[in-house]
Design a protein around this ligand. Sequence first.
Ligand SMILES: [Zn+2]
Length: 134
Amino acid sequence: MSTHTETVMSFKSEMEAHLAQSKLSSSGIKSTVHRFSRYRALASGGYLLKVSTCDIAQARAILNKVAEAEVDMDEYVSDDDESYTRCPVCRSVNVQAEPLSTQMFLLSVVLLGLPFLFIARDWSCRKCDHRWRT
Ligand SMILES: [Zn+2]
């Protein structure tokens, strides 16, 4: 059997690459994640997913299908993983920070001279639509 591999897709984050890898393996395709050097990672996706040349067409088809569907992060994050921000109501990790208003941003710079990251953010949950402030 040939041991040649080809890059099927590149990813910005290691997590995305491993998600794709697990999708492929559930379809019986072996793949490996390769990391670019830091220098090269700046120019393109930092992580490459490689499969055997004979699997490349099938792997592409599977990943294209995955890319069309929105990824449900709750399927991949374990319940006790506290490194993610969670919805206080339904515990989903499908949450997003609302962008700060321009006013708030200017206020934080003028009054505090601090990066706006320290200001309370409004969050919203994509699962149950709950909104809260941290
Ligand atoms: Zn929720």
